[in-house]
Design a protein around this ligand. Structure first.
Ligand SMILES: [Fe+2]
Ligand SMILES: [Fe+2]
Length: 362
């Protein structure tokens, strides 16, 4: 984590400015959304013939562009963020900036792959993916601009640090980020259908169709991996477990840092997170032969211990001095220890289904 670039939403502050939103979007910590780059030449060798039939159907659906007119911004967003209670406003703004950064990070990576690859299947897919993510990021940014806190996306592209990953690690990470994005949005959407009194901003009305885009994106990455079966065998199963745990742990720590936001939605962050993990685990059976046992009480206790350790790191940073340093060291050791223990818990295993494609039925 980089303490220097860390910016915290301050509930006492009257209103976040555009510069602060930018600082929030550009910060790089283990918990914040990253920008990725990869070995673009390696992508030219991708061959989807093993999954050709399902691939062509998926691409045809994406070319059909079912959400073409969905992301039209409406005037009635104006003034809503400004009208929220200060603590809720701070956490909701943090949620929007972090979601926007993650949407835009997808857009930048996908557009770059589309531009650089010579492989026609890969090029076509990534153009379609970049089209969707640019709409998603733009839509959130418009909502932030209504409150005077929009982020300059061109500037963000130039200032954000890029993390290099080999293509297979990009697939493991991005597949999960698309599917967990779907699971997060649909869980909030279904909850607000039942509790419309908790819908404190109209942006949640867009979540259902929105997350169907993310679902399709995830399908594409599932097919890319199933097209190259060795990515899902042998020692790669250890990498899959690592990515599953990293994504789940990050989400757990990050969501619990927004208690007021979840209270306003009428959602308990622990229950919400495990509902999302459950959906994500179920979907991921289409591609991952291993699954984390999230219902094991030991897993849940260790996840919570990891979160407590992450809080000690934050406390230590805020405190400073020798005492703060000790707290940080103890927090890091605790976080690492609990991560490793969860990692080595026995996973569930599956045989992969013959048919890959799923429908967003949650
Ligand atoms: Fe998206
Ligand atoms: Fe996506």
């Amino acid at each position: 984590m980089n303490a220097q670039t860390e910016v915290k939403a301050d509930p006492n502050q009257k209103m976040m400015t555009s510069d602060e939103a930018m600082a929030l979007a550009t910060q790089d910590t283990v918990l914040t959304p990253r920008f990725y780059t990869t070995d673009f030449d390696a992508l030219d060798a991708i061959d989807v013939s093993l999954v050709r039939e399902e691939w062509d159907q998926l691409i045809a659906d994406m070319v059909g562009d079912p959400n073409k007119t969905h992301f039209r911004h409406k005037d009635d967003f104006a003034g809503i963020i400004e009208g929220l209670e200060p603590e809720l406003r701070a956490e909701f703004t943090d949620f929007l900036v972090s979601s926007m950064t993650s949407e835009f990070s997808g857009c930048v990576l996908y557009a770059e792959i589309a531009k650089r690859t010579k492989n026609p299947d890969v090029k076509q897919l990534f153009k379609l993916l970049a089209r969707d993510e640019s709409r998603h990021a733009g839509f959130i940014n418009e909502s932030l601009k209504d409150a005077g806190i929009g982020v300059d996306l061109g500037f963000l592209t130039k200032t954000k640090k890029y993390t290099y990953f080999r293509p297979k690690f990009i697939w493991y990470a991005v597949y999960l980020s698309e599917k967990i994005g779907y699971a997060r949005y649909i869980t909030i959407y279904r909850h607000l259908e039942k509790h419309p009194e908790n819908k404190f901003h109209p942006i949640f009305d867009w979540f259902e169709e929105w997350c169907n885009d993310e679902f399709r994106h995830g399908e594409a990455f599932a097919m890319l991996m199933r097209a190259d079966p060795k990515l899902l065998e042998g020692h790669n199963k250890l990498w899959i477990r690592f990515f599953l745990l990293s994504v789940y742990a990050t989400m757990y720590v990050r969501d619990h840092a927004r208690p007021v936001f979840h209270k306003a939605l009428g959602v308990d962050p622990t229950e919400y997170d495990y509902e999302v993990f459950d959906i994500c685990n179920t979907i991921a059976r289409q591609v991952y032969p291993v699954e984390l046992d999230i219902d094991d009480p030991k897993f849940r206790a260790r996840m919570e211990a990891l979160r407590q350790a992450a809080l000690r790191i934050e406390d230590g940073k805020a405190q400073g001095g020798i005492g703060g340093l000790m707290k940080r060291a103890s927090g890091m050791a605790g976080a690492g220890y609990n991560f490793v223990r969860m990692y080595f818990q026995r996973p569930k295993t599956h045989r992969l289904p013959a048919k890959i494609r799923l429908q967003p039925a949650w």
